[in-house]
Design a protein around this ligand. Structure first.
Ligand code: ATP
Ligand code: MG
Length: 572
């Protein structure tokens, strides 16, 4: 059993996860079930409620359910658990389907909906009534709550518990026909009001909800509870291993009770694992919806959101997310994972995949005085330094270029160790190009440096400068005349606190005011032809992705996916 602590360093967790890898308890259960012939193949399901977009926590469940099916050559269903019409919408259904496919998974056969089985559930409810195992209860929600008792004190039986089968069948039918108000009646299982497990104290099977449903329209005005629906959906679909999060552990006896007491076509079993929680992140659909509704972010797929569609737009890759889910493993207890681990997986993946390019965030003009006006030299630079087979890109070296304002200083007293960039009267190498020397600066009336005039040291392309010339370091650059302007959206974490939704605090109070800063930067011209959702490492700056929606050749838009290094660790 493992519980991850936020104080652990990602590298150390990574090592732990490798050690844990072969001992995923669900895999062990499945191996045993297959070996001992309890099942001949496995069938899992991912059962989202379509009341919001999928978030990183769901990704763990998706990777687990689809991943187990893949590993054991079984199948995984996608089933919308649409038993609560009040909060559910078709847009969420569509977004969820897209996110799962983006992650690279495909569900078995058609998509399933809990609502496909409403007729069967209704017949099964009638069956329970006939068997004396369910009754219609007229207690109001407040009364029912009072009757339920507390964890340490038994509940009281409802005065409606002993209605005749005929009366119960009649009332249920009239509930279905819409004769009663919301909240005036429920159908409950006749179990045990004294059970130490509160979930078994005559749980609700049906509620009246006068709401139209995204799949069934106005056909129903009574809707089954999660408990009465979930296991039965599994049974109808022949799910062998129904994997859910720990909060349903106490519901398992109920899950099994329905399996025992209903004429289900298949007996499914429920297994629980620890939810994924991340620091600096909220993973509750209700809270994410609040961020959207109150316009703290620009929709569910805002690149700052921990939703899969937000992460996609931010520049996360499916592989990074899957690697992360793999790293944290499957545990039997809830824990909080350091978001730095997720970012570590992301950097790992992008370091391999992202094409290299140069972009200047805060341009300072540099004039190479010993190049003639109109000089234009093409320099081939590798797309990826570790993979020459990926080819090269053409850089244009011209008389006027831009470097980043932070990469130049007139302060000659700074040590070489402290400042490895361009200093007045000293040398620096232009990334992939020549060594230059800063000769003089020009200023405007306010005293701000507008231009640095430099000279290029000949014959230093791809070779060392002559004796006595020691460049301090390497700076990135872009041609001022052959480059182009781009919108750079610099995203950062959405919350400033490690536990934004800790009890007693409003998570909306910890929003990072600087989570989005928009800059006009200067990029290699070739980047304009990048397609949406292409990943780049802007050398020395960070990983960027072309915006999925707003990027075009005429108006390039890049989102900062993540910096090259973890700056938060430094701050902390
Ligand atoms: P939320 O709390 O965000 O509303 P939920 O559990 O109600 O989430 P569902 O749509 O019911 O959302 O979740 C679908 C599946 O994803 C369930 O099997 C659920 O257990 C799993 N899941 C949801 N959140 C997490 C999480 N943080 N970690 C792991 N699995 C999760
Ligand atoms: Mg749920």
């Amino acid at each position: 059993m493992l519980s991850y602590d936020v104080s652990l360093h990602p590298d150390c967790l990574y090592t732990m996860s490798i050690a844990e890898k072969n001992s995923n308890f669900l895999e062990q259960i499945i191996e045993k079930d297959l070996e001992e012939g309890r099942v001949c193949s496995i069938h899992t399901r991912f059962p989202p409620e379509p009341n919001g977009f999928l978030h990183i926590g769901h990704a763990k469940s998706v990777c687990l359910n689809f991943g187990l099916a893949e590993k054991f050559q079984g199948q995984c269903n996608l089933r919308f658990d649409d038993t609560n019409p009040a909060k559910e919408e078709q847009v969420y259904v569509n977004a969820i389907k897209e996110d799962i496919q983006w992650l690279g998974f495909q569900w078995a056969g058609d998509i399933h909906y809990a609502s496909d089985y409403f007729d069967t559930f209704y017949q099964w409810a009638q069956q329970l009534i006939k068997d004396g195992k369910a009754y219609v209860c007229d207690l109001s929600p407040a009364e029912a709550k009072a009757y339920r008792g507390w964890a340490t004190t038994p509940g009281k039986e409802s005065p409606y518990r002993d209605r005749s089968v005929q009366e119960n069948l009649d009332l249920l039918e009239r509930m279905k026909q819409g004769e009663f108000e919301e909240g005036s009646k429920t159908l409950r299982a006749r179990m045990d009001m004294a059970s130490p497990n509160m979930n078994l104290r005559d749980p609700i099977l049906y509620r009246i909800r006068r709401q139209s449903h995204h799949q069934t329209g106005n056909k129903w005005c009574i809707y089954p509870s999660y408990d009465f629906a979930h296991g039965q959906e599994d049974a109808i679909e022949g799910i062998t291993h129904s994997i859910c999060t720990l909060e349903f552990q106490d519901h398992r006896p109920l899950y099994d009770w329905f399996m025992d007491n209903l004429p289900v076509p298949h007996r499914s079993r429920q297994y629980e694992f620890g939810r994924l929680n991340l620091n600096y992140t909220v993973t509750s659909k209700r809270k994410l919806k609040q961020l959207v509704d109150e316009k703290s972010v620009d929709g569910w797929d805002d690149p700052r959101m921990p939703t899969l569609s937000g992460m996609r737009r931010r520049g996360y890759t499916p592989d990074a997310i899957k690697q992360f889910c793999d790293m944290i493993g499957v545990t039997k207890s809830d824990g909080i994972v350091d978001v730095a681990m997720l970012e570590h997986a992301l950097r790992n993946d992008l370091n391999e995949k992202a094409a290299r390019a140069m972009a200047i965030l805060d341009p300072l003009k540099v004039v190479i005085t010993n190049l003639p006006e109109g000089h234009r030299e093409t320099i081939d630079a590798p797309i990826h330094p570790n993979y020459p087979e990926r080819g090269t890109r053409a850089l244009s070296l011209t008389r006027e270029i831009y470097i980043d304002r932070n990469d130049f200083t007139e302060d000659t007293s700074l040590s070489r160790k402290k400042f490895k960039r361009l200093v007045l009267s000293e040398w620096v190498r232009l990334r992939n190009a020549y060594v230059i020397k800063a000769d003089e600066v020009c200023r405007n009336d306010e005293g701000v440096i507008t231009e640095v005039r430099v000279s290029l040291v000949p014959d230093t392309l791809g070779s060392n400068p002559p004796e006595g010339i020691r460049p301090r370091g390497v700076v990135h650059w872009v041609s001022a005349t052959e480059g182009m302007c781009a919108e750079l959206r610099l995203y950062d974490r959405l919350f400033t606190e490690e536990a934004p939704d800790r009890d007693g605090r409003d998570f909306m109070d910890c929003l990072n005011k600087d989570s989005l800063v928009i800059r006009q930067g200067w990029i290699e011209k070739g980047l304009a032809s990048a397609k949406p959702e292409q990943h780049f490492q802007f050398e020395r700056e960070g990983y960027y992705v072309t915006d999925r929606y707003d990027h075009s050749a005429e108006h390039p838009v890049f989102n900062l996916t993540i910096g090259l290094k973890d700056t938060w660790a430094k701050k902390a």
